[in-house]
Structure formats: C-alpha cells, structure tokens
Write a protein that binds this ligand. Structure first.
Ligand code: BGC
Length: 765
C-alpha cells in the first residue's frame, strides 16, 4: 500500500517536472502561463485558497513534520508556504510532505526574516545605510542570500525600506534612515543582492519589499500607530524606495500594519491595486504582515469574514498567519462578496512566484545539505562582515585626536555592552548563532595581543528598572543583569579605570531596545549608564564612548562632556573585531549618518530635507520672535544627516558647474576637488544636494541628489564629477505628476547636509 502511494507520488512529481520542462512556447512568461494554467485547471477552490495561506510554522522538528498539525494541513493542500524554519533538514522534510503527500504535489515557499545577514550577521540596516556604499550593501545581501538558500530558504522578508524620521520608533533600526533618494539606492542594491540576475538559481532568493506603505510614519513613534499624510508628501518623500525596489524586480511586497487615509494598508485598494499594480505595474505577489488581516477587526473594519474579503478585494494575495483567507473566503464566494477571478488571480501570483524560483522544476532546489555545510558562516563571509561593519561606524566626536587608540599601556573597558556577544547582532537576527558572535572585549583583547593590557568591569546594568530589563532582554539576547547595587558596580569600575591610561565606555541600548515594538519616549542613554559615565569622567582619564544603538539618540550631554564618541550601532557577528579595527586605527572610520540626531526629544521629528515655512529662522540664529523655532532649543540638530568624522580631514574646493543654464533635455557637469588634508588615508562620502528655489508647491530646503564614496591617501587630491539632468530635479506636483519645473536652483556639495560649497543654476524651459 505504502509503496504504491510512494510510486504514485513519484509519478506526480515527475509529471510536474516533465510538464515544467516540456512547456516551451515563445517567451519565459508565456511558458510560465501555460504551466500555471494547466496546474490551476486541476485545482479545487480549497486548494487554491490553500496557496494563499502562510501559516506560522510552529515548532516543526525533523522527522515529525508529517504528523504535526501543519503537516496535516500541508497534506490537505491548505498551505502555500511557511516561514522562519531554520535548517535545511527540517525544510527538506516539510517540503517532502508537500510534494509527496498532497494531492497536487505543489511545493511550498520557505520564507524567513533574513534582514541583515543570515548566520553571518551584518550590521543592522540603519548601520549598513551609514556606509553609503552600495557595493558593500549589495554584497551583504548577496552573502545573506547565499547562506539562506544553502539552508533551504528561498524567500526573504527584506528589504525594509520604510522612511523613518522619528527615532522614538524602534523599527528605524531596520531601515535606511530618513532620505528617499538614498533609501531608493539601497533598496535597489538589496534586491539585486538577494535576487541576482536569475531567481531560479539555487543561490538566489526572492525579495519582499516592506512594509507597504508608510509604516515608518507612525504617529508619535509608537509602533503600529496611525499614519496620515498628504499624497504629495507620500509620493515625494515616502514612496520612492518601495518603487525603486519594485523597479529593481522585487518578487513580492508585504503590506504594512498601519492605516493610510483611514483604511488599513491590507484593505486599501487604492494602495494595493491602483498604485501598486496599475501605476507601478508590479506583477509579483503581495503578502500581508503577520496577522494584519485579523488586526483589521481591531482597526474597526468588521469581522474576520468581512476583513478577509476586504483584503482580497484590495489586492492582497497571501495571508500571513491569520488564516482568514483559508477559513472565510469560500463562504464569501458563495455570498458573492469575492469573486473566483480574484481568488484565481491571487493563486496564480503565488504559483508564479514558485515557478520563478524554480520550485516546480526541483522542489529541493534550495535543500542541498552539502551547501548548508560548506557555504554558511564561512571565514570569507565573516571577513566580509567584519570589513563591511567597520564601514558603518560613525565617528561623532574626536576631540584632541583621542582616537585611534594606541596599542599600549592599560585600557579600561567598562560598560554593560562590553562583554555581551548575544547583543552584538542587533534586532532581527533570526538565523544568528549568538554563541559565535564576537564581543567588544574579545575583539579588543585579540587586537591588542600582548601590546596593551585590556581590563574590564561591567560598571552598570543596561537599565536599572527590572521590568524594563525583562522587556529588552528577549529573543536569546540576555542583558546579564548584575544584582549588585549600582554604586557597587560603579565603584568597581572607577577603581579599575583610575589605574588605566584610557577608558573605553561601551554604553547604549541593548539590541532589543530597538526593532519591532520597541518604541521609546526617552531617547537618551539610560540614566544609570549616564551615572556611570559621569563617574568615569570624574577620574580625569580620557574617555571614549563606544555607542551601541538602534536609533538616533539624544547625546547632548555626552557630546558636551566626553572627548570621543564612536557610534557602532549593532554591527553583527564580527562586531567586536570590527570595532577593534576602528578603535586601533587599522580602519579609518567613514560612516555618515542617515538619520538626524536631535538635540532633544522635543525636536522630533527632525530631518534635513524639511520645508522652509513662511517664517524661517535666519541662518545662524537661535531664536527670533514670530519665527519658526523653539524658546528653549535651537533648530539645529545635534548631528545632521550625512555627518561623520574621520581620523583624517578633507577639504572641498573649486565647485564648478559645466554650464549654469541647464537645458530641459540637457546635462550639467558638476565638479569639485576633494583633498585629504590630514595625515592618514581615508574615505569620504561626498554629498550633493539641490534646492529648488521656486516651485508650484513648496520645496525642501535641501534634497540629496548624488553622492560618491572616495578613498584618498594623505595629501592626495581628486576632482570628482557629478551629472545633473532635469530628471534629478523632478518632483510630484499637486496633480501628482512627476515634473521638473524650470527656474532657479542652488546646488551644495560637501561633507554633510549642513555644510558645503554652494553654486546656482537655472533649469531652462
Ligand atoms: C514584522 C515583519 C516580519 C513578520 C514575519 C512581523 O511582525 O512586522 O517585518 O517580516 O513579522 O516575521
């Protein structure tokens, strides 16, 4: 009996593979259509609804998948894919149930939150964006795809491209900061890195651009909160990175939790169909975020049947975890609330994704046990993670050239993040092996060898409040709470620090103080760590802060009192080594901020490309009555977008425009000379901004339109060229048409968004 079932299964799998190989009409798309048409003809309504279902995997263990609840559903054809299962053995096992025991043998999609690396973890996305290095970012995604696909994964829930201007929002850590232009470049690089040039290769995976849309604009920085904004702002400032990812070929999109124009994204037909499908011609599939359909009940959109039909009618194809599609759409069909055409369309898109991934040709394409043993967490991948991480650190302050540190004497390493390898990968590191990441203490000891003596004391807990500590010590990232009193810990640290030559204070947030559902209303370094810092400063020894954070922090006090601050975000598996490389000067820091650091929380939201208002504050002023400002703080950020120091210095000279009259169909050459005026080789991110002086709608005071990362030897000069065309000057007007408007413009080229050389030009009619 068993044998005959096995034999029958084999015939059916071979049948699918044969059909896959035989259908050879003109184009690849046609070939796919013929294949999917033939398959869909065989499918029942229930089987079609099964494809739209992405349940949580639960705890599937190898060898038992067939008997688990999920296993039963898979056999009944009620599952389209699963996510966050780790290990090629488990995935192969589950895939086997689908392709041997379900009626039509349709393979499953296996997804995962591969957000900033797989087992080799790269810096959190906000950190990665500070490298401004598209080659490095693409490489990180390529390595992530290689490792994930070697472990059975064919689909990642990344890139996250939500523009965020509010550091209270913990998920600012998962994106590329506040700028739509830079965010779009990064979105493209990530999609290219994951998907390569052929999705059906066994080392590429399908990208899923998320969270569509505007998730980063949650009111008050509170996760999942309402967003509401004008279309003009949406089109110009928030939507471009999603569009860039889609134009780069991202195979799938994830709907966001928030509402837009009063309708949750997952039921928003304007968003999912008019914009995404009609205007942007997206032809992949849309999956909801985790239970986003069910959550529309709490949004006040109706019961499960109602919200599920709203979602399908809006253009959602796959239901993550909630099973509203699986359990209610059949009823809605019979009641005429949804149509067969719509169900067919969603099912087709999911089958097409499986086809594009090559799963019908070989459902085990991504399940090569050999690859999983040889391609994951390799020395080469770890080396790449180390090199890329060092590029993401932002040197915020370096008075009296305290950094780089010399490898001599005694270095006191103090702080709750100095000896905590589990927290180094940062938020969303599902596939990380925390025992393998390198702590700062380890990294410093390895780098110093016998040249310097590294002594360590904890000094403080991450936070004093035990309840808060429990909330931020999750997902296998312990804070290692020390039960001594704060004073006892400080005393120990001060005693050690007083006998040393320099103090490295490893302070900041734990990894899970940012990320999902980790909003903060206070964005300072926790108070107990500030107390420790004050005690360390009181020793009179020079102090360097190595700052761990997933968001811009209010560092006003630290900036005023501490001579050196190196912001290292959460740098991934190789964090400790990469930080040591920069602290000891083996690598010269070159990261530049991609999200503004405010002077205090009251300035939030604060971002460089704001509007001028009708009552701008005069430049260089703090306060003027009846001007747009605050009584108690200047309008300036603490550290502007694009800011970051180096161990060397750079000068900018000779900003020249080829022809300051730019024809509508012409090109303008912009050149500038960059000189390394210091004593060390270093890299600089040269940034080009424009300002449109008069427009049919108000225009930002500055907008990034180009950048180049350049490495120069000490004393070396180079003339750099940028090309500006009318397309770079275009924006969405109040009719939402993308137009460049003739008139006067300014151009700024410099080291960050607040300083630079300036020139003027005119865009001709
Ligand atoms: C997050 C998504 C993630 C999904 C699946 C959700 O809670 O918002 O970003 O991809 O879970 O893990």
């Amino acid at each position: 009996m068993k044998r005959s079932i096995l034999f029958l299964s084999l015939i059916l799998i071979l049948g699918n593979a044969w059909l896959f190989a035989q259908t050879k009409p003109a184009s690849a798309d046609q070939k796919m259509k013929v294949f999917v048409d033939a398959l869909m003809k065989k499918m029942t309504l229930d089987e079609k609804l099964g494809q739209l279902n992405l349940p949580g995997a639960g705890d599937i263990s190898t060898g038992q998948s067939s008997n688990s609840d999920i296993g039963k559903k898979i056999k009944e054809g009620k599952v389209g894919g699963l996510f966050n299962i780790k290990s090629v053995e488990k995935i192969r096992d589950v895939q086997k149930v689908a392709v041997e025991q379900s009626r039509l043998k349709i393979p499953l999609l296996f997804g995962m939150d591969v957000i900033h690396g797989y087992q080799t973890v790269f810096p959190i996305p906000l950190g990665l964006s500070c490298s401004w290095d598209m080659t490095a970012i693409e490489k990180s995604a390529r390595i992530a795809a290689t490792e994930a696909s070697a472990d059975g994964i064919c689909w990642t829930f990344s890139p996250m491209v939500d523009i965020a201007r509010d550091p209270r929002w913990g998920r600012i850590a998962e994106g590329s900061g506040e700028d739509a232009y830079l965010g779009s470049q990064i979105a493209r690089a990530m999609v290219k890195g994951y998907q390569g040039d052929d999705l059906s290769k066994n080392n590429t995976i399908m990208a899923c651009v998320k969270h569509f849309a505007l998730y980063g604009a949650a009111e008050a920085g509170r996760d999942y909160n309402t967003t509401d904004m004008s279309r003009v702002r949406m089109y110009n400032e928030y939507l471009p990175p999603y569009k860039a990812a889609i134009d780069a070929g991202a195979g799938s999109v994830m709907s966001s939790f928030n509402e837009i124009d009063g309708i949750p994204a997952s039921a928003n037909k304007w968003l999912m169909t008019d914009l995404l499908r009609r205007q942007w011609a997206f032809n992949g599939f849309v999956v909801t975020d985790y239970t986003a359909i069910n959550e529309m009940i709490d949004h006040g959109m109706g019961n499960l049947q109602q919200v599920s039909s709203l979602a399908l009618n809006a253009g959602i194809d796959m239901d993550m975890v909630g099973e509203g599609f699986l359990t209610t759409l059949k009823k809605s069909m019979t009641e005429g609330k949804v149509s067969m055409i719509q169900i067919d369309q969603a099912c087709r898109r999911i089958l097409e994704a499986k086809y594009k991934l090559g799963l019908f040709g070989d459902p085990y394409r991504y399940c090569d046990i050999n690859r999983s043993k040889t391609e994951i967490f390799t020395p080469a991948n770890r080396q790449a993670a180390r090199e890329i991480a060092a590029q993401t650190f932002v040197l915020l302050k370096n008075e009296t050239q305290l950094l780089p540190l010399q490898k001599k004497g005694t270095i006191a390493l103090i702080g709750p993040l100095a000896d905590n390898k589990e927290n180094m990968p940062g938020t969303w590191s599902v596939a990380a092996d925390f025992t393998q990441s390198v702590s700062l203490w380890q990294g410093l000891k390895d780098a110093a060898g016998s040249d310097a003596n590294i002594v360590y004391a904890r000094g403080a807990n991450i936070v004093d409040d035990t309840l808060l500590d429990a909330r931020i010590s999750v997902f296998g990232k312990p804070t290692y709470r020390d039960n001594r009193s704060p004073q006892q810990m400080i005393d120990e640290a001060v005693a050690l620090a007083s006998k040393s030559d320099v103090i490295v204070a490893a302070l900041g947030e734990s990894a899970e103080m940012s990320g999902e559902c980790s909003s903060r209303s206070n964005i300072q370094i926790p108070a107990n760590q500030q107390e420790l810092l004050k005690a360390l400063l009181a020793t009179g020894k020079p102090v360097v802060i190595v700052l761990f954070t997933g968001r811009p922090l209010d560092l006003s006090w630290e900036n005023a009192h501490v001579p050196a601050i190196l912001n290292v975000w959460f740098a991934g598996s190789e964090a400790g080594n990469a930080i040591a490389d920069v602290l000891f000067g083996k690598v010269n820091p070159s990261g530049k901020l991609t999200a503004t650091f405010p002077q205090n929380i009251g300035q939030v939201p604060i971002y460089y490309n704001h509007k001028n208002t009708g009552r701008p504050l005069a430049e260089g002023q703090w306060f003027q009555k009846f001007r747009s400002n605050y009584l108690d703080v200047s309008n300036d950020p603490l550290f502007p977008f694009g800011f970051g120091l180096s161990y060397t210095t750079f000068s900018y000279t000779d900003l020249k425009l080829g022809n300051p009259k730019l024809a509508a169909n012409g090109k303008m050459d912009v050149s500038v000379t960059l000189t390394n005026t210091g004593k060390t080789e270093g890299s600089e991110v040269v940034q080009l901004y424009i300002r449109d002086l008069v427009g049919s709608i108000t225009r930002p005071v500055k907008e990034l339109k180009g950048f180049q990362k350049v490495s120069l030897k000490a004393g070396e000069s180079r003339t750099l060229h940028f090309t500006i065309t009318a397309a770079d000057l275009a924006f969405y007007n109040s009719d939402l048409q993308l137009r460049a408007e003739p008139g006067d413009f300014k151009i700024f080229v410099g080291t960050n968004s607040s300083s630079g050389l300036e020139a003027s030009f005119e865009l001709l009619k």
